[in-house]
Design a protein around this ligand. Structure first.
Ligand code: G6P
Ligand code: MG
Length: 220
């Protein structure tokens, strides 16, 4: 029985993934190498500092701890400047309608994101009021694929993990949901999100009834 839905932010609610990529790629370029879209895929769902470590590994660049902090801060400034262009129209197609359906059905609605900018972004697209709880990068101590982010969300909503559904576009996020014991819906491609219980390309033409049918037909 589904009682609550927990949503990742970047790439699920809003298309910020392209801004993260632009800002990370600029950082790589500044350090003298490039970051491909495929390499960027492994950064989805991963915290800022862990992402930086992965990128430095790709470029074979070593930095002091201070330099890492200042490069990460610079990336974030660039990222937030790009996010300034966003409006409520940047909410991904079908998301608002789906959340409206959940509200009508009295479902719990929570956010589970590694981002420290989650509230700023939700305000920017005028979506903050939908969420009864926000678990973000400022609250968690263990990032995805650890289940902590979604377990905290379930706890905030007084809901058992088995009654929660997670919507995720990142491989690490699907792993996090599955180790939390939740039903995991992948937003994206089946080939990438193979560990999800169910995969849809997006929320367009996706309704609560489709989710219920999918969760009932999947033997967990
Ligand atoms: C999300 C995104 C990642 C991003 C991380 C931290 O998980 O998918 O690409 O690095 O949040 O975001 P932040 O906004 O705190 O840098
Ligand atoms: Mg994401």
């Amino acid at each position: 029985l589904i009682k609550a839905c927990l949503f990742d932010l970047d790439g699920v609610i809003v298309d910020t993934a392209r801004f993260h990529y632009i800002a990370w790629r600029q950082l790589a370029n500044d350090l003298g190498f490039d970051l491909t879209e495929q390499e960027n895929e492994q950064l989805k769902g991963i915290s800022r500092m862990e992402s930086l470590e992965i990128i430095l590994g790709i470029g074979g660049v070593e930095l002091s701890e201070d330099e890492k902090l200042s490069r990460a801060a610079e990336k974030n400034t660039r990222y937030l400047a790009l996010c300034q262009q966003m409006t409520p129209d940047d909410t991904l197609p079908g998301v608002r309608a789906f959340l409206d359906e959940l509200k009508v059905a009295s479902m719990g609605i929570g956010l589970g994101s590694a981002s420290k900018n989650a509230k700023i972004i939700l305000e920017r697209i005028d979506m903050l009021s939908y969420f009864q709880t926000i678990v973000d990068g400022n609250r968690i101590t263990k990032g995805k694929p650890d289940p902590q982010v979604f377990l905290m969300g379930a706890d905030d909503l007084d809901t058992l993990p088995e009654n929660c559904v997670v919507f995720e576009d990142a491989v690490a996020g699907i792993q996090s949901a599955k180790s939390a014991g939740m039903f995991a819906v992948g937003i994206g491609e089946k080939s990438v999100l193979a560990e999800a219980d169910f995969v849809v390309p997006g929320f367009n033409d996706f309704h609560l009834a489709d989710l219920v049918a999918a969760s009932e037909s999947t033997v967990q």
